[in-house]
Design a protein around this ligand. Structure first.
Ligand SMILES: [Zn+2]
Length: 895
């Protein structure tokens, strides 16, 4: 590289140098030709045809990119132009002024002149593409003549992928294998699922697929396989029910397997080019879906029944010009919203769950607000707990997970360069300018320590005379009472950073929230509900939000606390947000409910657990039933996306809940209820609340608890049943069955390895890279920048360290970022700008590399792998045994 840069400089200097430049370049060529490339490649790279047949470079882009890119390329300084500057045919020699060459993107030309292996792969493929495409067309014509069903891919679609390159590459890599495949492969399933996919386009990137053929090769005896798949289906079914009834999301792809449990094996053409590919259809159950964009009321990512979301159609890939990557900034008052009239329900808790009654003296609750009752919950939970300790099932899941790891390794080995090449081919987009959401971050620690220090000093300087405590003390007096001046303050003295003493000491960690070890300072600066009305806290959060806005592509889902100590907490919180104008387009709120009942009970603040539930949920029901009864809260709730449940999971507890457990009104002990008890009552109340909110046309909430950071593995069972996604999930590494289920159900996990490193698990032992390899939906998050991070961009710090330690590729990083947006609670409409208007579609059809920088290859790999796994589970049921005894493409090699 340095050599080439040098050449460029000489170019500009004078013509005399040109000769030597050309020499240098041809020398370079010679070197390369000598070292590793064959003749054919050389011909390709040295073919200087700016006017004749399309230059290889443009093919490269067309190959791996979609139509948007072509448009963009055409309108922006075209990289193609630089293909004229291929080695041996320097741009200055063709008469273009060197300055113009630089202006037209010095970057691109210096990238295109050298033909490194990555580009070579693409250009080589481009060269063989046309002949293969022709061959493919002939085959297809022949197949049609014989009456085989046609591929759903039409010509236009193929053009998206560069003149059929993809198809032929696909068939050439797998055609040989497919002949030996048994009937129910993931591909076959997909075909079955996608009978109704007229009009749906297949996006088929070409890459090396990893598939394994043969019979009975899941590595477990057939009976074990049946047993395992029966149980896994049951588990998935449980989750599906819990997600559906609470209006949380469940992956479409998995539900489709439920609904088409007995596919008829098709006599179709097994080597059909579209088989084994990514695009999965949306809805077997609603045909209108594709055209009407009905996904918004379907089960995928969307849960918010915004009318405006529903009218947005899924269209053929829109370019960034048609559908910009930046959503229009919100204008006007962010708290503005409609106030529909009261629904007039009477709200009363029945055994810990709020119910709606038509009148105050009505005995029976109004129908139409279903939720699983405690008995059902206990039964389902017990069932799952039995499953996770079932021997054969454990072996099966463990093997599948090992297989997934190995398969990914192979995938990377074979496709790394292709993935990189397709990322390179996308103009303008790189890791820095793709959307990232910090999916797990607490508001009280969302600023880093230096920021907090600066903020305290600034406040002490400018507002020293403001009264900050009920005792009438001014800020200045508070610091004087601690014998501190602004000058004394340092980060060391602030002492909010986690250190080696916090490892496995959540109590010590919690006290780090107190600057200088003084709860008084925490009260003044980091609380929403204090003497000053949370003024300083609002200011510092607004500063953090301003930093996010400045960074443009970073967003955060901040957790604010509701403790459940008193009935007016919600109203105060809403008032705090609105009166201090704590709003940013880059921020959404989650409300965290600390599991602190034992403390409130022993301090006699609460008498029983029902009171805590009343304080947490009743205001929400009232504000939804009659928005005018809590106007501020109603306004605030439109920016709240869900609930979190927080506290030390490693506290000792009995993780099981059974039917005999005391009802919330009877829970008067000073013991804390178990994790499952908290989750169940949060979930059940949220479910009823969501029904009510839908009735009013409001946004709904999801459950996103801290789960599996420490403590009992049963917490993860709760997460599996009731949470849309979870934070941490570290303990999944110990429970293969759950880990596999989290994978198959595609449950998002917000992981914070730096936080874990200080608290529960050393960085190098963190399971994140393994989870990611296996295809679990992982995102990176910071948890508490105040305690763990050093820089102004904690999220980038998190990504940066992960990338360095685990050697993540640009593709991995982009995948993590895309996951973070997918699992976040930002509105559907916004996600369409960030990820592409079709992001809810499964597989490649839902990916837009020009926004996400995630190569289609990676998305296709994930999607196909998931399909294969689902086919293993669903395809091996005894009911289908006669037709589909075993399942497929991806089976564990028996070893
Ligand atoms: Zn946390």
């Amino acid at each position: 590289m340095s050599m080439l840069t040098a050449t460029k400089k000489t170019n500009i200097e004078d013509d005399a140098a040109l000769l030597s430049t050309v020499t240098t370049n041809s020398m370079l060529n010679q070197l390369r030709a000598d070292s590793e490339y064959d003749e054919e490649d050389d011909e390709l790279t040295t073919r200087p045809t700016p006017t004749g047949s399309p230059p290889p470079v443009s093919k490269t882009t067309a190959n791996s990119a979609d139509s948007d890119d072509d448009e963009i390329m055409a309108s922006s300084p075209p990289p193609q132009s630089s293909s004229a500057g291929l080695p041996g045919n320097m741009t200055p020699a063709t008469g273009a002024p060197p300055a113009a060459d630089l202006a037209s993107g010095g970057g691109t030309s210096s990238y295109h002149i050298p033909q490194f292996p990555i580009e070579r792969i693409e250009s080589k493929m481009a060269a063989i593409s046309s002949s293969l495409a022709k061959e493919m067309d002939e085959k297809r014509a022949a197949a049609a003549a014989l009456g085989y069903p046609q591929s759903t891919m039409n010509k236009d679609d193929r053009q998206l992928y560069g003149d059929g390159v993809s198809i032929s590459a696909q068939s050439s890599t797998t055609a040989g294998i497919e002949k030996q495949l048994p009937s129910t492969t993931g591909a076959q399933w997909q075909q079955n699922l996608s009978e109704d996919n007229e009009g749906q386009y297949d996006f088929v990137p070409h890459f090396q697929r990893v598939s394994i053929g043969g019979e009975d090769n899941n590595g477990v005896p057939l009976e074990d396989l049946h047993w395992a798949s029966q149980q896994l289906m049951e588990a998935l079914h449980i989750r599906e029910r819990y997600m559906r009834v609470s209006h949380q999301s469940f992956p479409n792809i998995t539900s489709k397997f439920f609904h088409k449990k007995h596919p008829k094996p098709q006599g179709g053409d097994p080597s059909s080019p579209s088989s084994g590919n990514a695009s999965v259809l949306h809805s077997s159950d609603s045909v209108t879906d594709v055209s009407a964009g009905g996904d918004s009321n379907n089960k995928t990512e969307i849960r918010q029944p915004y009318p405006r979301a529903r009218v947005i159609k899924h269209e053929d890939r829109q370019s960034i010009a048609d559908h910009p990557v930046h959503p229009p900034a919100s204008v006007g008052d962010p708290w503005q919203c409609d106030f529909p009239p009261s629904l007039g329900f009477t709200i009363r808790a029945q055994d810990g769950v709020f119910q709606l009654y038509s009148s105050p003296d009505s005995e029976t609750p109004v129908q139409g607000f279903p939720y699983p009752n405690l008995e059902t919950f206990c039964r389902d939970m017990q069932r799952l707990c039995t499953m996770i300790s079932d021997g054969p099932l454990k072996s099966f899941c463990y093997r599948r997970l090992s297989y997934l790891s190995s398969k990914f390794q192979l995938h990377v080995l074979l496709n790394e360069l292709r993935e990189l090449a397709s990322q390179k081919a996308i103009p303008h987009r790189d890791f820095y300018n793709i959307r990232k959401v910090d999916t797990h971050i607490h508001a009280a620690s969302c600023m880093n320590q230096k920021h907090l220090l600066r903020f305290i000093k600034k406040t002490l300087k400018n507002h020293s005379d403001e009264v900050v405590s009920a005792g009438g003390m001014t800020l200045k007096q508070v610091f004087e009472s601690m014998k501190l001046t602004s000058y004394d303050l340092t980060v060391d003295m602030l002492d909010v950073h986690a250190d080696r003493n916090t490892f496995h000491r959540f109590d010590k960690f919690n006290s780090k929230y107190n600057p200088i070890g003084e709860s008084r300072l925490r009260e003044v600066f980091l609380k929403t509900d204090n003497y000053t009305g949370g003024k300083y806290f609002a200011r510092v959060i607004n500063e953090v939000a301003a930093d996010l806005e400045e960074s443009k592509y970073q967003n955060a889902e901040l957790r604010l606390s509701i403790y459940g100590k008193s009935r007016d907490e919600w109203d105060k919180l809403a008032k705090w947000a609105i009166s201090n104008k704590v709003y940013s387009d880059n921020v959404r709120w989650l409300v965290q409910i600390p599991r602190l009942f034992d403390i409130f009970r022993s301090n006699n603040i609460l008498d029983n657990f029902q009171q805590l539930l009343d304080n947490v949920f009743l205001p929400l029901f009232e504000a939804t039933n009659d928005p005018n009864s809590h106007p501020d809260l109603h306004r605030f709730l439109q920016h709240v996306v869900g609930f979190d449940s927080v506290d030390d999971e490693s506290k000792p507890e009995n993780p099981f809940v059974d039917r005999e457990v005391p009802k919330p009104a009877q829970w008067r002990e000073t013991d804390n209820p178990p994790y499952a008890y908290y989750q169940y009552y949060m979930y059940a109340n949220m479910t009823v609340l969501n029904h009510l909110r839908i009735k009013q046309g409001f946004n709904t909430f999801v459950l996103r608890p801290h789960c599996g950071e420490a403590g009992a593995v049963q917490h993860l069972v709760c997460g599996f049943m009731m949470a849309e996604n979870i934070s941490h999930g570290l303990l999944l590494r110990k429970v293969p069955v759950l880990q596999y289920l989290y994978y198959v159900a595609q449950i998002g996990i917000a992981m914070s390895p730096l936080s874990n490193n200080s608290l529960f698990l050393n960085y190098h032992r963190n399971p994140l890279p393994e989870y990611l390899a296996r295809g679990l939906v992982i995102s990176l998050s910071t948890d508490d920048p105040l305690q763990f991070h050093f820089t102004k961009e904690p999220l980038m710090e998190e990504y940066s360290i992960a990338a360095q330690v685990w050697k993540l590729s640009a593709c991995d990083m982009s995948e993590l970022a895309r996951n973070s947006v997918l699992m976040s609670g930002f509105p559907h409409r916004i996600k369409q700008y960030w990820l592409g208007p079709n992001y809810t579609k499964e597989g490649v059809a839902g990916n837009d590399i020009s926004r996400t920088n995630v190569p289609d290859i990676r998305v296709a790999y994930r999607n196909e792998t998931l399909l294969d796994e689902l086919a293993v589970i669903f395809g091996s049921m005894p009911t289908n045994a006669t037709t589909n005894t075993n399942s497929g493409t991806s089976t564990v090699p028996s070893s």
